[in-house]
Design a protein around this ligand. Structure first.
Ligand code: GLY
Length: 392
């Protein structure tokens, strides 16, 4: 074949590929619009369903209604956070009023030292409110909450303690990377600078001890408080100690991407990529993982749509931090996941669920919240939808 024919052929193939990619983006534009409309309707219904109660939606019951929890539950910040996102998207004052009410219902958490999840609880509620409408009242709650969270830091171990569970001496779960956002933000926004060092210490120790060589992560690492050594590596919500719990992996991807955002330290970007590459390599072809990547009954195991929602959101951010040659890969993966979640069977349109996404799994070994809607899955899904829209 003549060189000129080859050039024409290759130009045709390239432009055909570009048209197909353009078609895919157009389809996703429409799906994202529909998913955000659906989220708006579901959130208004949820506000109505909860009424004057001071409880917070966490996961759906078999009849589709919300199972509600008190402010002290680790998931309480996601509903107000969702309402802030929807207010940002619609500028509808109904969402702002509801967001304020549910955010301010969490005020007492600033003095609640019994959980490491204060980042999720207060930064996703007060933090989102402050981002949209900076004010001293919200900032003071955020600063005090960060102070309370640091009371769980042990300098010998170099980490924040996750659970006060006597089964372990000093358990640290991979999920806990997410709570560093509160400390990193406070350190950069008028709070004590040493919070930055505590967060770095925790993130470094987690790289050292939670990651396996293949990029999969352990869920729980427990330390010896006398010398900081690792005592055991276990799982709590995964299938086995040596397997990779899908949502734990998602927290690692998001957590290290966020830590890189604040620090610009390459080792955190590398950790985020290592975790992301593992997740994407092990993802089934419909882009939503089973609850554990090595669950024994695959393909007859529950999915965890919440893990994919967290990862889609994280990958939109991560794709902005890597070199051009790697960007498309992460961006396409994020778009593929978002497309899958925005279509049946994952989007809850036309089902009984009060949530936005179906087929998420909370704790399979514990036998709770299996194949339901989870408020945190919904939160990261809406965040990912908005991040997609903000790419434009
Ligand atoms: N952080 C608890 C969970 O992901 O289930």
């Amino acid at each position: 074949m003549k060189a000129v024919t080859l050039v024409i052929l290759s130009a045709m193939i390239t432009s055909f590929g570009a048209i197909r990619a353009g078609d895919k983006d157009k389809k996703l534009d429409l799906l994202v619009q529909q998913a955000l409309d659906h989220a708006r309707v579901q959130l208004l219904r949820s506000v109505e369903q909860i009424g004057d109660s001071v409880m917070y939606p966490r996961s759906t019951n078999p009849n589709g209604s919300w199972r509600k929890v008190a402010p002290e539950d680790w998931t309480s910040g996601f509903f107000p956070g969702l309402l802030w996102y929807m207010y940002e998207y619609t500028r509808d004052v109904q969402f702002r009023n509801a967001a304020e009410r549910f955010t301010e219902g969490l005020e007492r958490l600033q003095h609640f030292p019994r959980t490491h999840d204060l980042g999720f609880m207060v930064f996703n509620s007060y933090g989102q409110g402050y981002r949209l409408h900076p004010n001293e009242k919200y900032k003071n709650v955020i600063l005090q909450t960060a102070k309370t969270l640091t009371s769980r830091f042990n300098p010998t171990v170099g980490c924040i303690k996750s659970w006060d569970n006597p089964k372990w001496e000093y358990p640290v779960i991979v999920d806990n990377m997410m709570n560093l956002e509160l400390l990193l933000w406070v350190a950069k926004n008028g709070g004590p600078k040493e919070y930055y060092d505590l967060a770095i210490s925790h993130a470094d120790k987690t790289i050292q001890n939670h990651f396996r060589d293949d990029g999969g992560t352990f869920h729980v690492v427990s330390y010896d408080t006398t010398n900081g050594d690792v005592r055991v590596k276990n799982t709590h919500q995964g299938f086995a100690d040596h397997t990779t719990w899908a949502r734990g992996q998602a927290w690692a991807i998001y957590g290290y991407t966020m830590t890189y955002r604040f620090t610009k330290e390459k080792r955190y970007l590398d950790a985020a990529r290592k975790a992301a590459d593992y997740f994407l390599k092990h993802l089934p072809c419909d882009h939503v993982p089973y609850w554990d990547f090595q669950a024994p009954g695959i393909p007859v195991e529950p999915r965890d749509a919440s893990a994919s929602a967290i990862v889609a959101s994280a990958l939109f951010e991560l794709s902005g931090y890597v070199q051009k040659k790697d960007r498309e890969g992460y961006l396409n993966a994020a778009k593929n996941i978002l497309t899958a979640l925005s279509e049946k069977p994952y989007i809850s349109t036309g089902t009984l669920s009060s949530g936005i996404l179906n087929h998420a799994t909370g704790n399979r070994p514990g036998g709770t919240e299996i194949d339901v809607s989870l408020i945190y899955g919904d939160y990261y899904f809406v965040e990912a939808l908005l991040r997609y829209q903000n790419l434009k």
